[in-house]
Ligand binder design. Structure first.
Ligand code: PEP
Length: 251
């Protein structure tokens, strides 16, 4: 059976003190979350060490919001996978739609970031998902397929044995509009089938999260679907109580 993974993407939010309150709040409620669900938070990089210290001794896992595609050198402003390793990161999000749309990250760059994470034993959380106009034009599968193909072409299907995929329809991120459980399940099944055509074992074991306006109130319905293995949570991960409700729904 696949494990579930609920990960909070804090984006550009938090201060030393609000983060302390948030992590302590999450830690207090972790006993109420099923042992089959991994729980992670992805703070802004500058706060990774702070969260690492606050979470020490608990089952709360740590992730980064991005990772450089290069291992070291003259790449101003970037943070390498080796650096993330030093601060206990298990995960790194790559290809989040905000990175793709606001910072122009291409499928190829995302694939290189994915590879850089894996070179240092960090599990990439590869975000894929279509824009509203692409969904309306019936292009959801071709867009998600193309985003996956960039990684498959360079890293191969076996690399997904050590990766997580997050299906995040862009029109559902931060908008309050969640995909219905059926809409999400259809795309998750498409992703799993696409990988299964290349390697059934890898496809069966890869964790595929859903992301896009997940809340305590809608998480259980989404997570009840066969191919939805937890969530990547933005806004609702900034409040301990709401985030814990989502984690509990993954039980
Ligand atoms: C996200 O940014 O990955 C996300 C899913 O955000 P939200 O939950 O706020 O829609």
């Amino acid at each position: 059976m696949r494990r579930m993974l609920v990960a909070g993407n804090w984006k550009l939010n938090g201060t030393l003190s609000t983060i302390e309150e948030l992590v302590n709040g999450i830690k207090q409620g972790l006993d109420s979350v099923s042992g089959n669900c991994d729980v992670a938070v992805c703070p802004p990089a500058l706060y990774l060490q702070h969260v690492q210290q606050l979470a020490a001794g608990s089952r709360l896992l740590l992730g980064a919001q991005n990772v450089c595609d290069q291992d070291e050198g003259a790449y101003t402003g970037e943070i390498s996978a080796a650096m993330l390793n030093e601060f206990g990161c298990r995960y790194a999000i790559v290809g989040h739609s905000e990175r793709r749309s606001l910072y122009g990250e291409s499928d190829e760059l995302v694939a290189r970031r994915y590879a850089a994470a894996q070179r240092k034993g960090i599990i990439p959380i590869l975000c894929v998902g279509e824009l509203l106009e692409e969904r309306e034009a019936g292009q959801t599968e071709s867009v998600v397929g193309r985003q996956l193909d960039a990684v498959l072409a360079s890293q191969g299907v076996d690399s997904f044995a050590k990766a997580v995929i997050a299906y995040e329809p862009v029109w559902a991120i931060g908008t309050g509009k969640t995909a219905t459980p059926e809409q999400a399940q259809d795309v998750h099944a498409f992703i799993r089938d696409k990988l299964a055509a290349l390697n059934k074992t890898v496809a069966e074991s890869v964790v595929i999260q859903y992301g896009g306006s997940v809340k305590g109130a809608n998480a259980a319905d989404l997570f009840s679907k066969q191919d939805i293995d937890g969530g990547l949570i933005g806004g609702a991960s900034l409040q301990a109580e709401e985030f814990l409700k989502i984690c509990q729904a993954a039980g």
